[in-house]
Design a protein around this ligand. Structure first.
Ligand code: SF4
Length: 360
């Protein structure tokens, strides 16, 4: 497993699993139980310093900072949409900018989490792809997003769902993603249910298989096409893993019988939004326990792609539903703050409200 150290040799403690932390502490002469005490302080009480860990002996509170560092993301700004969606901008310790999007919806509060700085997948419709991949996020950076946002939520409010759909292709950063998800799921970590965590992917077939073996979280596949040719035109990953190979893998995945694979389908006017597309899609998905999430394209000045009319999206949905395919149309959230799908990484810092003082 990766082990992250600072230039001064200290270990990034939040990027360690509980087992790794135990090993490190025992090597320093500690009893094993201390690891769980520290782990709970880090993830359940969101401690920022060892000094706060009042049930740890004075001797160890003095000793720990020489060996470990507690890293946090630096809050830079927050943009609030008219629909209540909030986009949080952060700086990492090495000065990279990442974003998380918090989306309120009835009784749900969903956080869209970033897993990389930029993205290597270069999907043609996505502005994040323009950045290229700058680096993978560490486990700590993936878990700090919900942890730090939770601190500023009003009493009684909490993040109910997490989607790994922010900047980056989560499965391209597999080891760090899984290490982070183990903290999300751990009863003494964030304690979230696997039913409330979704990992989205462009379809990195071997990593999808690994993930379903490793963890019981929900899987979403970004499909966006009804033919190989169409998909190759917008998603370069199709050259490596064809759509046929991807769908075959989905058919064979050992998905828990209560779960379905979500297929995300960004609808682009005149490209993949016809009823012929819907007909092909319904055939392609036969035999896969699935649901389709239609995402009418979020228009922006950087792309010459149009959003289909609402009735086109509804007709597409109707076609699928009447053929027995579960299908919903995702309502666009946070468009006015560039927080909608495919728009992350382009925030204009001059226009954001500073939340550095907010306590996140
Ligand atoms: S859609 Fe996702 S995978 Fe594709 S470029 Fe954008 S962030 Fe990367």
């Amino acid at each position: 497993m990766p082990r992250f150290t600072e230039p001064d040799g200290r270990i990034d403690i939040k990027s360690l699993s509980l087992d790794e932390l135990t090993t490190e502490l025992v090597a320093l002469g500690s009893e094993k139980f201390r690891a769980l005490q520290i782990w709970k302080w880090l993830w359940q009480k969101a401690a920022r310093t060892f000094e706060e860990m009042t049930n740890i002996s004075r001797e160890w509170r003095d000793k720990l900072p020489a060996h470990f560092v507690i890293r946090e993301l630096t809050p830079v700004g927050v943009l609030t949409s008219t629909d209540g969606t909030r986009k949080f901008l952060w700086h990492t310790a090495d000065g990279q900018q990442i974003e998380s999007v918090l989306i309120p919806d009835d009784d749900r509060l969903t956080l869209c989490v970033s897993t990389q700085v930029g993205c290597a997948m270069a999907c043609s419709f996505c502005l994040t792809g323009d950045l290229g991949l700058k680096r993978h996020l560490r486990p700590a950076e993936i878990v700090n997003q919900p942890l730090q946002i939770s601190r500023i939520l009003p009493a009684g409010q909490r993040i109910t769902n997490v989607v790994m759909m922010g900047m980056g292709e989560p499965l391209h950063n597999y080891d760090n993603l899984v290490a982070a998800l183990r903290v999300y799921l751990h009863e003494h970590g964030l304690g979230m249910s696997h039913r409330r965590i979704t990992v989205s992917t462009v379809g990195l077939v071997p990593a999808m298989k690994r993930l379903t073996d490793d963890l019981p979280v929900n899987l979403a596949v970004s499909l966006n096409a009804s033919t190989e040719e169409q998909r190759r035109a917008v998603m370069p990953i199709t050259k490596k893993y064809s759509m046929a190979e991807l769908l075959e893998a989905c058919r064979d995945l050992p998905i828990h019988h209560h779960k379905r694979i979500t297929f995300e389908y960004v609808m682009m006017a005149g490209f993949n939004d016809s009823l012929e597309d819907a007909a092909r899609l319904s055939k392609l998905l036969r035999g896969i326990r699935s649901k389709v999430n239609l995402i009418p394209y979020n228009e922006n000045p950087q792309r010459d792609i149009q959003r289909p009319a609402a009735e086109v999206a509804r007709a597409f949905q109707h076609y699928l539903v009447t053929r027995g395919v579960q299908c919903s149309i995702r309502s666009t959230r946070g468009k006015d703050i560039s927080a909608a799908c495919g728009q992350l990484g382009k925030a204009d810092l001059a226009s954001v409200a500073i939340f550095a003082e907010s306590g996140a």
